[in-house]
Write a protein that binds this ligand. Sequence first.
Ligand SMILES: *Cc1c(COP(=O)(O)O)cnc(C)c1O
Length: 355
Amino acid sequence: MPMQMLLKLDYNMELIRKHLVNFSPYSSARHEADEIDGIFLDANENPFNSNLFNRYPDPFHKNLKLALANYYGLNLNDFVCGNGSDEIIDLIIRLFAEPFEDRVLALSPGYGMYKVICQLNQVEFHEINLNQDFNLDEFIVNQILEINPKIVFVVSPNNPTGNLINPKFIIQLLNNLNGILVIDEAYIEFSSQDFWIKNFKNFNNLILLRTFSKAYGMAGLRIGYAISNPEIIQYLYKIKLPYNINSYSQEQAIQKLNDSKIKSDLEIIIKERGNLISELNKIQEIIRVYPSDANFILIRLLNSNALFDHLKKRGIIVRDRSNLPMCENTLRISIGNPQENILLIKEIKKYFNYE
Ligand SMILES: *Cc1c(COP(=O)(O)O)cnc(C)c1O
C-alpha cells in the first residue's frame, strides 16, 4: 500500500486553535508532585483512607499508559486516556475546531456523538454519505476535501454497518486534508484487520480512538484512549480536566487489558458472529446480511418495523436503524451469548414461518 509521509514542520501547531497554542493548564497538586511514596499533605485530601479512595487519581494515567504501551509495544507518550472515548472526541473538537470558523465532518451512516459535540461547541458540522457498500471511494474523498474540514471522523469498523473502511481512501484523505483525521476504532478488537495501529506513525495528522467499553466490557467504568503523535497527545493532556478518570477505573483497565477471560469471551463473540451470519443468511426474507468486523450485524428487510415489534414482544430487543441515511428497513443486532443467539434465530425463523 502506498504510504506518503506528511512532514510539514509544526503542522499540528498550525492546526491547533490559536488561543490554545500557548495555553498553560491548571497545575494540580498531583501534577507538581508525582512521587509515589511520602507524606502527602499537598492536596487537602483526607488522611484516613477507610475507603481506599481518599487520594486524587493520577491525572497522567501513568500506570494505565504503561500497561497500554506494553500491550501495544508503543511509548507512553503515544497515549492519552479519557472518560470514555466520548470525552476524547470532545477534547479533539475543542483543541482543533474554531467555533463559527472551522468545519468538522463525519461520514453517514455513522456515530451520532460528533454532531452533538459540534453543536455544543458551536462548530459547523457536515455529514457526507458513504457509498452503497457503506465505504469510502475516490468520489467521496473529493467531496470531503471540497468542504475543507478541520477534522474528519471516520468510524472503522463502522457503526451501525459493521464494515471496515478501506484504508486506501483514508490514506488519500490523510495526505490531502488540511486538518486532522480521527479513526474511531471502538470495535477494532472484533476485527480481523488491525492496520492503523501499525501505521499511524507515518502520519502526523492522524488520531486513533479506542475504548474499554466494547470488547473489554467496561462501558460503565468510562475509559477510552487515543493514540497519536506525542505533540497532539501533549496538547490533549493540557486541555483535559485534571482528574478525568477515577482511580478505580484506571486500576480495572490495567487488570482487564491482559485478562485471559476477556480474550476468550472475545473469541466466543467472533465465533458467534460467524454462526449468526450464516443462520441469518438462510432466511430468504432477510434481503441482506451485511458483513461485520464488529460485535453486531446489520440486516435489511422488507419491513424492519414488523420484525422489530415481533422480537420485542418475545422479549428480544434489537436496534432499529431505519432512520439513518441509507439504512431504510434495517435492524442492528448485537451479538449476544450463545443461548441468546439461539433464541434470536428461533424467533426470527418463527416469525417468517420457518418452523
Ligand atoms: C460505543 C462507541 C463509542 C463510545 O465509546 P466510549 O468509550 O464508551 O465513550 C465511540 N465511538 C463509537 C463508534 C462507538 O460505537
